[in-house]
Design a protein around this ligand. Structure first.
Ligand SMILES: NC(=O)c1ccc[n+]([C@@H]2O[C@H](COP(=O)([O-])OP(=O)(O)OC[C@H]3O[C@@H](n4cnc5c(N)ncnc54)[C@H](OP(=O)(O)O)[C@@H]3O)[C@@H](O)[C@H]2O)c1
Length: 264
């Protein structure tokens, strides 16, 4: 990989959806990119686009980050290059009663949504702290603000991401390194099909707005630049997150279940 004076951003889950849109925001703002996901061909196509449109040096490192040890292997492949911006975006969800869930899928979800995010942050932060410069954008969700019956592990994983990010933001206050948790609500990406939640009320009730990945990325990137600790995208989602956080569980849990239950 060639050296460049442009700041370097590493984006996980860059092959589609919010991650690809965040990579475009970063490239448009003068960053070089390392793009990570399993789908090498989609990453190569995005890298070519970022080079052509923005003059960004974009490298592709295909990896299955749900595997134990994958984050450390990825970091080794970066070969000591200083990561200025880390975007932990790769993640997936699942729907249905927990006691019927595929154990391997649960392990993969925890491994990716929590394990890889934590490990990559641990690996990239020392360099940022030493340089007194750096930003971490962790993609959480409005799912972080209340438990999610029928998406129990996914919502708990996003509660982890939010809690972890807020704690780090405080630990790193005054260090020159900022940590931002991006909390999108329903967003029109492949996530919906991967989690098999096309029919759930959250995505279909009248008045529920589904945002585009581009709008989510713009909001998240603005918050990262402003060094905000947390951003919830969209007014409806901010209202939902607020009430999800303050109302008693006796009220919140049945509503959350109705919003997340699939009719399958
Ligand atoms: N869409 C929503 O409604 C919504 C709402 C709140 C939060 N989010 C969060 O937003 C983030 C991005 O999701 P999205 O909505 O943009 O969905 P998406 O289009 O399905 O993107 C998910 C990304 O993660 C990558 N990924 C999945 N498994 C991976 C693995 N094992 N190793 C490496 N990369 C992997 C995918 O690439 P490959 O398949 O090529 O590996 C893809 O690039 C996720 O963390 C999700 O939880 C989404």
């Amino acid at each position: 990989m060639s050296e460049s004076r442009r700041p370097l951003a590493l984006v996980t889950g860059a092959s589609s959806g919010i991650g690809a849109a965040l990579a475009r925001e970063l490239a448009a703002d003068g960053h070089d990119l390392i793009l990570v996901a399993r789908s090498g061909a989609a990453l190569e196509a995005l890298a070519a686009e970022l080079r052509a449109r923005f003059g960004a040096a974009a490298s592709v490192l295909p990896a299955d980050l749900a595997r134990p040890g994958a984050a450390a292997e990825l970091f080794a492949r970066i070969g000591g290059r200083a990561v200025d911006v880390l975007v932990n975006n790769a993640g997936f969800g699942d729907n249905g009663p927990f006691h019927e869930a595929d154990p391997a899928r649960i392990d993969g979800m925890i491994g990716l949504n929590i394990g890889a995010l934590t490990a990559l942050t641990r690996l990239c932060l020392p360099g940022m702290v030493a340089r007194r410069r750096g930003r971490v954008l962790n993609v959480a969700s409005t799912a972080a603000f209340q438990p999610g019956p029928m998406m129990a592990v996914y919502c708990a994983s996003k509660a982890y991401v939010l809690s972890f990010s807020l704690a780090l933001a405080e630990e790193l206050r005054g260090s020159g390194v900022a940590v931002t948790a991006l909390c999108p609500g329903a967003t029109a990406t492949n996530f919906i099909h991967e989690a098999k939640i096309e029919d759930i009320a959250l995505f279909n009730l009248p008045g529920m707005s589904v945002m585009s990945p581009e709008a989510v990325a713009r909001s998240g990137y603005r918050a990262l630049r402003q060094r905000r600790r947390v951003v919830v995208t969209g007014l409806n989602n901010r209202i939902g997150a607020f009430f999800g956080s303050i109302l008693p569980y006796g009220l919140v849990l049945p509503v959350a279940r109705r919003m997340l239950a699939s009719g399958r």
